[in-house]
Design a protein around this ligand. Structure first.
Ligand code: SF4
Length: 820
C-alpha cells in the first residue's frame, strides 16, 4: 500500500478511545516539526545529535534509523502510536533508548488529537477519559472530592502536552494530595480589595477583571472553588475602578489580571479605552498565562485577539503610554511553537513580554531546566522578570513547596550558567507586598513557637500604607523593627538556618559626610572611551574577552580569530560589541560582526554598548535605527536578538529624546537596557537611584544592573568616595517599596573572576574598607572548563568549600550585619 493511503490505529489504553490516522499525516507533522523546529534548544542535545541539520525529511530519516526503523516510517509510527496510546503523563517516551522531546510529540498529537477545546472536568470518569489516566479504585472518591473542591479545567493544548510530559501533567492534573490541609485555608488576597480593584502599592493597582482561567493550574493561589466561582465584575465596576485611578495621581501603572482578563473582553476593552485617556497613567500590564497553556485564544480567527492587543498598544503609544504583557512559564516542556510565535509577534510590535516563574518542587527546582526555559524565551524576545519562591502556602499546594534555601541555590546556578540578561529577580510575595531576597528583604528569624512560620523583613513601612491601605498596619502578624520597616510572618521553611540573618541595626551615625558631587566630576573619564572588560580567562586575544561562561565582549575592530573563538564554544550565547567611538559611529564594522555572529547557531543575542544613546541620542539617525532593525532577528528558532546597552548615572540625564528613541527601537523589537555604576557622592542615595529607576521606566529603558562595585570607573572614583553597603540595602528597599516592580535592577559586584549578585550569590568578607567578596557560583572547575590552563590570579584566596574570595575596592562595611 502506498504510504499516503496507509492508516494506523491508536488505542488509548486508559480512556478506551480508539482512532485511525493517516500515516502520511503523521510523516508530514513530524518532518514539518523537524524541518522548522529541529534545533538543539527545542529538541535537546541528544536528539539534535541524531537528526543534525538538513530538511525535515532528511532529519526524519536519521531519526527513523536511530530508532531502529531505517526507511520504515510505518514501523516507527506503529510503535510510537502504541507508546502514545499508553501515555498518561507519568513518564517520558523513549524509543530504542532515545528520549523523544515533548514538543515534538505534541506536534504529532496535534494530528491525532486535533482541536482547541476547553474542558471543564466535573467527574473522575471524565478526567480519565480526557487525560487518558486510570485512577485506582481506592483513590476514586478522594479524586472526586479534589475535583469538587478545586475546579479542573484543561485545554486541548495542555491535554496533548500533559500526556507526554510529566512536568506539564504535574501542573494541571488534579491529584489526591490536594486534600492535604496543611497551609492557609485560602489565599490571603482580599485585604486590599475594593470591588475589582486591589491596591497594595502606592504607584500601581491591580484590576481583577475575570475570576476564571481557561486552564486551572493546580498550584494556583486562587485554586479554591470559592475563588473560582466569585462573580465577575461588569463594565460598570470597571468604570468605578477607573474613576479611582483618575482621582489618584500617584497611580502610574495598572496590572490588568484575573483569572485571565482576556476571557472577559467587555471588561478588558472598557478598562483599556478608559485608562488610556488618564494623563498620569503610564503603563498597562496585561497578565495572561494563556500564551503558554491556551495559545489558540490569541491565534484563533486569524490572530484576532493578538491583533487587537497590538492595535490597542498603538493607541496607547500615541498618548505616550506603554503596554506590557506578563505571562508565566515554568518548564521547557511547555514551550510550543505557538507560544513563541505570540511572544515574538508582540515584542516585534513594541510590546514588552515579561515572564514570571513560580518555583515548583520537583519540576523546575534544579537549575538546568530553567537555563533551557529562559534561553528559549529570551530568543523569542521575552524578558525574565521574577522567580517566585516558594509556591503559595495554601491548602492543597504542599507538594509544590520548596524551602527558601533551594530557590537561592538555584539563583546561584543561574548566575554561573545563564546569560546575565535573563536572570530573574528572586522574590517572595508576602501578604503586604513583594520583597527581593537579600536586597530589599531577608529572613530574620523563626516565629517563636511556630515551626511553620518565619519573620521576613519587608521593605515596607507603616507610613507607606497610611494613605492608600491603612488596613495593612492593623494586621496582627506584623511588627515594626528597629530600622523602621515592617517584619511580617510568612509561612515557609528556610532549609538552611544560616539564612536567618537577624535584624539589621539602625544606620550608624558619625563619620564625615561625603560631599555631594555632580556628574561633571566624572564624565571626562567616562567620555575617554569604552573598552572591552577584562577577561576572566585567557582568550589569547586582546580584542575578545571572556566575561562569563555564556558571554564575551568583543571589540568592534576584532579579528577573524576572535569570531573563531566564539564559534568554537557552544556555551557562548551573548556577544557584547564595544567600540571606542560608539555603535553609531562604527556601524560598518558592527554590521560585519553581527552577520558573522548570525551564522553561529549558539549565539542568540548581540548587545551593542552605546554611551551615545544617553549622551548623543541624535546620533541614532533614521538610517541607523533602520539598519539596527534589519539586524535584529527575533524568531522561534535561531534568533539573534539585538539589544542596546547604555549607561545613565543620574535621573537628570533623561530627556524626552531618550523616550522617543527607545520607543522607535522598541518598535523594531530592540530592547534598550541601562547599567549604572553606583558612585560615592554622585548617585549612592536611595532617592537618586529611585529617581533613576523611575527615569528608566518612564523612558522605556530596562534597568538591568546597578553595579555596586567593580567597574573600572568605580575602582577609580569610589576608592576616594566609598559607597556604604548599608546604603545599598536602603537603595534596594526604597526602589522596591516606591518604584514599579518592573524598575528593579539586579545589584551586582563585578570582580576579576566575573559578576555576582549582592547578597544572593556573594557574601562580604572583612570589615571597614578592607573588603573582599566570596563568589558562591564559581569554583576552580568552572574556570578550567573555560580555559584548561587557568590558575587562580595572585590576589584570589580560596575558602574551605573551594569558593574564591576576591578583593573589592570602594566599599564600606559599617555594621556586623551580613548585608550592611
Ligand atoms: S493562570 Fe494564574 S490565575 Fe489562572 S489558574 Fe494559573 S496560576 Fe491561577
Amino acid at each position: 500500500m502506498p504510504e499516503d493511503a496507509a492508516s494506523l490505529r491508536i488505542v488509548f489504553e486508559n480512556s478506551g478511545d480508539e482512532k485511525r490516522v493517516l500515516l502520511a499525516d503523521l510523516v508530514a507533522a513530524l518532518s514539518g516539526f523537524l524541518d522548522h523546529f529541529g534545533v538543539k534548544p527545542l529538541v535537546g542535545e541528544r536528539l539534535y545529535d541524531i537528526i543534525q541539520t538538513g530538511d525535515g525529511r532528511t532529519k526524519l530519516s536519521r531519526l527513523l534509523k536511530a530508532c531502529g526503523y531505517s526507511d520504515n516510517p510505518e514501523g516507527f509510527f506503529t510503535e510510537l502510536l502504541l507508546l502514545l496510546g499508553k501515555a498518561d503523563g507519568t513518564a517520558t517516551i523513549s524509543m530504542n533508548g532515545i528520549e523523544l522531546p515533548p514538543p515534538m510529540l505534541t506536534a504529532i498529537l496535534e494530528v491525532i488529537l486535533p482541536g482547541n477545546r476547553i474542558f471543564s472536568i466535573t467527574s473522575t470518569e471524565q478526567l480519565e477519559k480526557v487525560a487518558n489516566i486510570a485512577v485506582a479504585d481506592a483513590d476514586r472518591a478522594a479524586m472526586q472530592t479534589v475535583i469538587d473542591t478545586y475546579p479542573v479545567r484543561l485545554s486541548m493544548h495542555t491535554i496533548r502536552q500533559m500526556r507526554v510530559s510529566p512536568h506539564v501533567a504535574y501542573q494541571y492534573l488534579p491529584f489526591r494530595r490536594e486534600l492535604d490541609t496543611v497551609g492557609h485555608t485560602n489565599t490571603w488576597i482580599g485585604q486590599f480589595h475594593q470591588g475589582l480593584l486591589e491596591q497594595m502599592y502606592q504607584n500601581r493597582v491591580i484590576f481583577l477583571m475575570n475570576m476564571s482561567c481557561p486552564v486551572y493550574c493546580r498550584f494556583c493561589f486562587r485554586k479554591h472553588k470559592e475563588s473560582r466561582n466569585e462573580k465577575n465584575p461588569t463594565p460598570a465596576d470597571v468604570k468605578q475602578a477607573v474613576a479611582h485611578v483618575a482621582n489618584s495621581p500617584s497611580i502610574k501603572e495598572i496590572v490588568i489580571t484575573g483569572g485571565d482578563p482576556f476571557m472577559n473582553r467587555a471588561n478588558m476593552a472598557c478598562a483599556i479605552d478608559l485608562l488610556k485617556d488618564i494623563d498620569h497613567v503610564q503603563t498597562l500590564r496585561l497578565a495572561t498565562r494563556a500564551i503558554a497553556y491556551y495559545p489558540h485564544m490569541f491565534l484563533a480567527d486569524d490572530a484576532k485577539l493578538l491583533n487587537y492587543v497590538k492595535r490597542k498598544n498603538l493607541e496607547l503609544q500615541k498618548r505616550g503610554k506603554r503596554m506590557e504583557v506578563a505571562t508565566h512559564f515554568i518548564h521547557p516542556d511547555e514551550i510550543s511553537p505557538q507560544s513563541l510565535t505570540i511572544i515574538t509577534d508582540l515584542v516585534n510590535s513594541g510590546i514588552a513580554v515579561y515572564v514570571q516563574t513560580p518555583f515548583l518542587n520537583n519540576c523546575n527546582d534544579q537549575g538546568p531546566e530553567l537555563v533551557r526555559l529562559f534561553s528559549l524565551l529570551r530568543g523569542a524576545g521575552a524578558e525574565l522578570h521574577y522567580i517566585y519562591i516558594p509556591c503559595s502556602p495554601i491548602h492543597g499546594n504542599s507538594v509544590y513547596w520548596t524551602p527558601i534555601s533551594k530557590g537561592l541555590t538555584v539563583g546561584r546556578y543561574l548566575r554561573a550558567h545563564l546569560s546575565d540578561r535573563v536572570i530573574p529577580r528572586i522574590c517572595t510575595a508576602t501578604p503586604i507586598g513583594k520583597m527581593d531576597w537579600h536586597t530589599s528583604g531577608w529572613a530574620v528569624e523563626p516565629v517563636a513557637g511556630n515551626d511553620h512560620f518565619m519573620w521576613i523583613r519587608s521593605p515596607y513601612t507603616p507610613d507607606y500604607f497610611k494613605h492608600f491601605a491603612p488596613v495593612a498596619n492593623e494586621m496582627e502578624n506584623i511588627r515594626v523593627n528597629a530600622e523602621g520597616t515592617i517584619d511580617i510572618q510568612y509561612m515557609a521553611q528556610i532549609g538552611d538556618p544560616s539564612l536567618f540573618l537577624g535584624a539589621r541595626p539602625p544606620k550608624p551615625g558619625g563619620g564625615a559626610a561625603i560631599p555631594r558631587q555632580r556628574t561633571d566630576a566624572i564624565l571626562p573619564r567616562i567620555f575617554a572611551g569604552e573598552h572591552i572588560a577584562a577577561s576572566i580567562v585567557d582568550t589569547g586575544s586582546s580584542t575578545v574577552s571572556r566575561v562569563h561562561e555564556t558571554r564575551v565582549e568583543i571589540a568592534a575592530e576584532c579579528a577573524e580569530a576572535d569570531l573563531e573563538y566564539i564559534r568554537g564554544d557552544e556555551r557562548i550565547t551573548d556577544a557584547v560589541i564595544v567600540s571606542g567611538q560608539d555603535v553609531t559611529d562604527s556601524l560598518f564594522q558592527i554590521r560585519h560582526i553581527i552577520r558573522a555572529l548570525a551564522a553561529i547557531p549558539h549565539v542568540n543575542a548581540v548587545r551593542l554598548r552605546s554611551l551615545n544613546f544617553n549622551y548623543a541620542p541624535e546620533s541614532y539617525s533614521p538610517v541607523v535605527i533602520d539598519t539596527l532593525g534589519g539586524l535584529n532577528s527575533l524568531t522561534m528558532v535561531r534568533p539573534l536578538r539585538l539589544e542596546i546597552e547604555t549607561q545613565f548615572l543620574v535621573a537628570d540625564e533623561f530627556q524626552s529624546a531618550h523616550t522617543r528613541l527607545a520607543r522607535r527601537l522598541n518598535n523594531q523589537g530592540i530592547t534598550v537596557y541601562n547599567n549604572t555604576p553606583l558612585l560615592g557622592g554622585i548617585n549612592d542615595t536611595p532617592g537618586a537611584i529611585h529617581r533613576l529607576a523611575y527615569g528608566c521606566r518612564n523612558a522605556g529603558i530596562e534597568f538591568h544592573h546597578l553595579y555596586v562595585a567593580g567597574l573600572p570607573i568605580q575602582d577609580h572614583w569610589n576608592t576616594q568616595h566609598p559607597v556604604a553597603l548599608y546604603d545599598v540595602v536602603d537603595i534596594a528597599t526604597r526602589v522596591r517599596r516606591e518604584g514599579s516592580g518592573r524598575e528593579i535592577p539586579r545589584y551586582i559586584f563585578r570582580t576579576t573572576l566575573g559578576e555576582v549578585d549582592f547578597g544572593l550569590s556573594a557574601t562580604i568578607v572583612g570589615d571597614g574598607a578592607h573588603l573582599s567578596v566570596r563568589l558562591l557560583p564559581y569554583e576552580l572547575a568552572y574556570f578550567k572548563a573555560l580555559s584548561p590552563d587557568f590558575t587562580w590570579p595572585e590576589e584570589v584566596r580560596v575558602d574551605d568549600d573551594g569558593k574564591p574570595i576576591v578583593p573589592i575596592a570602594g566599599l564600606l562595611k559599617t555594621t556586623d550585619f551580613q548585608l550592611s
